[in-house]
Design a protein around this ligand. Structure first.
Ligand SMILES: Nc1ncnc2c1ncn2[C@@H]1O[C@H](COP(=O)(O)OP(=O)(O)OP(=O)(O)O)[C@@H](O)[C@H]1O
Ligand SMILES: [Mg+2]
Length: 472
């Protein structure tokens, strides 16, 4: 943004102050001055003032009232209050009424300049967010993320709110729910998009490799380190680093990561040099980090560092409203990719997609639609064209569901699980009993592993524990 085009209005009843401030800032901003409320309001109505700096006392008039009126105009300025030295309580009152900040008199020009610049920045982020919000409301999507269901609203909202900040973001959610997609959109909206998003899949590397992947190494740091190599933290300097599957990193690397996040410095493996890095970190996991902490597998201090802002991606089965729009998007995408005409789903097929349980979430839906597009040649895509697992699976429990890793989600053609059928056949449909039955099944299947069982049931470990206690 060009600051010279930024319209700043100075309101003060003393001519000396007006002239002084005009002289100090006229090279920097587009300065207007006013001596009283009426003059100020006239400027506010005729110019698009971005920042208004007003004295508290304007002769017999009150600067606080001016701020209140200024904030009512359609595109209000950010307001800064000038107060007499020591009247902090009045300044605080002004901020409660919507002023952005205050400076005390006698004025320190450098300080006022800083405050004005900060105000301008806050305003541009605000307008950006407001327009984003409108966009989201209109299209029910953000970037390429589709979702109009209520459970997605907090996700979009958080993305908007945190994108422009440097805050560390932790994204949790089952496999295939769109965690990586969210990381991309936070980065794209972050104001750091000039730099790229650097991605590290933490689970794909051995602990030693991960450490040097993240922090780099010096020549001779270990056998095979024939050359000095920069790590991803250095590579991502000035940009965003996405640490995928953060739950998988070992204790030693956890310590180093904690330091990198806390002190914003790193050391290459085998090196002594302390290197400063300016990196925004986004981490994702399909485990619940808080549970890994409880189990002693993840450092709690690192967890707190990562968990500044948490985004929980809801599973697809919790937002079935989105299936229609998602399907349609994927139908178009794969029609184009396969150079086929766009074809709709029959209502039967669509109903099946809505009824299915989607253990592999959006990724699984996408694959199913791709299958449908490739297999069909008629006027519509029918049930027949969908993959077997969608056609046949999808009760309350799907055998072998695993949320461990996207690639491992088992969705091969299997009939609705034996157990689900058995329960369906029970005459007495007592909800408590059914729940108990499913809990037992889940525990049986996971050999008593409560974390796994909870995941299978789609509830938190804590909830499972509570339910188990209730039973006895
Ligand atoms: N809301 C959505 N709108 C459109 N496409 C989506 C959405 N969510 C996920 N997808 C698509 O589904 C696929 C899986 O998404 P993504 O890789 O972001 O999931 P993930 O949560 O990171 O999974 P994993 O834990 O397995 O790494 C991608 O092809 C992505 O583009
Ligand atoms: Mg992912």
């Amino acid at each position: 943004m060009d600051l010279e085009d930024t319209v700043v209005l100075i309101v003060d009843d003393e001519k000396n102050t007006r002239d002084g401030l005009r002289r100090s800032f006229e090279d920097e901003f587009d300065i207007y001055v006013a001596a009283n409320k009426a003059e100020a309001l006239e400027v506010l109505r005729s110019e698009s003032v971005e920042v208004m700096v007003t004295d508290l006392r304007l002769g017999g008039e009150d600067g606080m009232e001016l701020i209140a009126e200024a904030l009512k105009i359609p595109k209000p300025p950010v307001c800064i209050m000038m107060t007499a030295y020591g009247s902090v309580d009045i300044a605080v009152e002004a901020m409660k009424r919507g002023a952005y900040d205050y400076v005390s008199k006698p004025l320190n020009i450098d300080e006022l300049e800083l405050v004005i610049k900060r105000a301008i920045r806050s305003r541009s982020v605000e307008t950006e967010n407001a327009s984003l919000k409108r966009q989201v409301e209109k299209r029910f999507s953000m970037e390429n993320i589709i979702g109009s269901s209520p459970v997605m609203h907090p996700v979009f909202e958080t993305v908007q709110q945190v994108a422009a900040t440097k805050a560390t973001v932790l994204i949790e959610g089952e496999s295939g729910t769109g965690k990586e997609l969210i990381a991309h959109s936070i980065h794209n909206l972050s104001g750091r998009p000039k730099s790229k998003l650097t991605i590290v899949h933490c689970a794909a590397l051995s602990p030693q490799l991960l450490e040097s992947e993240l922090f780099g190494h010096e020549r001779g740091a270990f056998t095979g380190a024939t050359e000095r190599r920069k790590g991803r933290f250095e590579e991502a300097d000035g940009g965003t680093l996405f640490l995928d599957e953060i739950g998988e990193i070992d204790g030693n690397t956890q310590v180093k990561l904690l330091r990198a996040l806390g002190e914003r410095t790193i050391q290459r493996v085998g090196g002594n040099q302390v290197i400063k890095v300016d990196v925004r970190v986004i981490a994702a996991t399909n485990k619940r980090l808080s549970e890994l902490v409880e189990e002693g597998e993840f450092r709690d201090d690192l967890y707190f560092r990562l968990n500044v802002i948490r985004i929980e991606m809801p599973p697809l089965r919790a937002r079935k409203e989105d299936i229609v729009l998602l399907s349609d998007t994927f139908l178009r995408e794969f029609a184009e990719e396969n150079e086929k005409p766009y074809r709709e789903l029959t209502s039967d097929a669509l109903q099946r997609l809505i009824d299915y349980d989607w253990p592999g979430n959006v990724r699984e839906l996408r694959t199913a639609i791709e299958h449908g597009v490739v297999m069909s040649n008629g006027p519509k895509i029918t049930l027949r064209h969908l993959p077997l697992f969608v056609k046949e699976g999808g009760g309350l429990l799907v055998a072998g569901r695993s949320h461990e890793r996207g690639r491992e989600v088992q969705t091969s053609g299997r009939p609705a699980s034996r157990e689900a059928v058995a329960v369906g056949g029970e005459v007495e449909l007592n909800l408590d009993k059914m729940e108990q039955h499913y809990i037992e099944l889940a525990l049986e299947r996971t050999a008593g592993n409560r974390t796994e069982a909870a995941r299978l049931l789609g509830i938190s470990r804590r909830t499972l524990q509570r339910k188990l206690k209730q039973e006895v």
